[in-house]
Design a protein around this ligand. Structure first.
Ligand SMILES: [Ca+2]
Length: 296
């Protein structure tokens, strides 16, 4: 498992946690059936070609799974995430990668130009390493979640990860996609990276790291933070020749996505992530494909 991750940004000190809306935990919204154009004439090759897709109606989490929600799962089950377990043995891997830990973004410098480090002790309770605590961040999306961790949570919650088609349809919210999540006056409408990546995040949207869920307006379906904040796992399979294990599609971009690099804060954008590796900007939300449609 090598740290050939596509990043977009920096991780700095978390702001004080704040609660932006009265969102209820476990709140789900009904996404009505419809057809849409999936993909775009690509900014990136993997996004095309555009094609018409029909999606049946389904329920989707209104927001990303939070630290509080994940903590409840761990308390109920005793589950240990992949980042907390012994990593797979890899010949020639540096010593630190033989300890439990995960990938953490590093603001590059002349002394250390790497964007990603393997940080022993990085896991969901300590997203960028043992020094970082999530106390007071109950409403912030959980990160350092590998694909199988998300599956385990989904099984406990009686839900499923969205397909890529469901996710993209839901993220569009019945509206035309914008090239960047900002309004006509240029004000950011999501938590992403303003400024020149990776040197300096101006934080014009109010956040230079993960934001509590629900701090920005919901989309046309009533979903919060589909774009930006944290990447979200889907059940879609990806293709990546350099990966040391299977890859899955993640969607939505994160607080590390900037216009000058990545720009994957668009519904059609997709990235292929090794399923065993969470990072400090990948989380998830779930769907319920079995719950009946609302009656009104
Ligand atoms: Ca931001």
């Amino acid at each position: 498992m090598f740290l050939l991750l596509s990043a977009c940004g920096q991780d700095v000190t978390n702001p004080e946690a704040q609660i932006c809306t009265g969102l209820t935990e476990n709140e789900m919204v009904w996404i009505p059936a419809g057809s849409f154009t999936m993909g775009e004439n690509p900014r990136y090759r993997e996004e095309g070609p555009p094609r018409t897709i029909h999606v049946d109606g389904f329920w989707m989490d209104a927001h990303e799974v939070t630290n509080a929600q994940f903590a409840a799962f761990v308390e109920a089950t005793g589950y240990k995430t992949l980042a907390e377990r012994e990593p797979p043995k890899m010949e020639g891997a540096p010593a630190e990668m033989q300890q439990p830990g995960s990938a953490v973004f590093n603001v590059p410098s002349d002394d250390d130009p790497r964007w990603w480090h393997w940080v022993p002790g990085a896991e969901w309770r300590h997203p960028s390493g043992p020094h970082e605590k999530i106390v007071g961040q109950e409403k912030v999306p959980v990160v350092q979640i590998a694909y199988d961790d998300a599956l385990a949570y989904a099984e406990w919650a009686g839900k499923e990860l969205p397909s890529e088609e469901q996710w993209e349809y839901a993220a569009r919210g019945g509206e035309a996609a914008r090239p960047e999540p900002k309004d006509a006056a240029g004000a950011p409408q999501a938590n992403y990276y303003q400024g020149v990546f990776p040197a300096r995040d101006l934080g014009e949207d109010g956040f230079t790291t993960r934001a509590p869920v629900g701090c920005f307006k919901p989309n046309g379906f009533g979903l919060y933070d589909m774009l930006g904040n944290v990447w979200e796992w889907t059940s879609g399979d990806g293709v990546r020749a350099d990966a040391s294990e299977g890859v899955k599609v993640i969607k939505g971009g994160s607080y590390l996505c900037a216009a000058n690099y990545c720009a994957r804060y668009r519904p059609s954008a997709r990235q292929f992530q090794e399923r065993g590796l969470g990072t400090n900007h990948i989380g998830f939300r779930l769907v319920d494909n079995d719950k009946p449609a609302p009656t009104d």
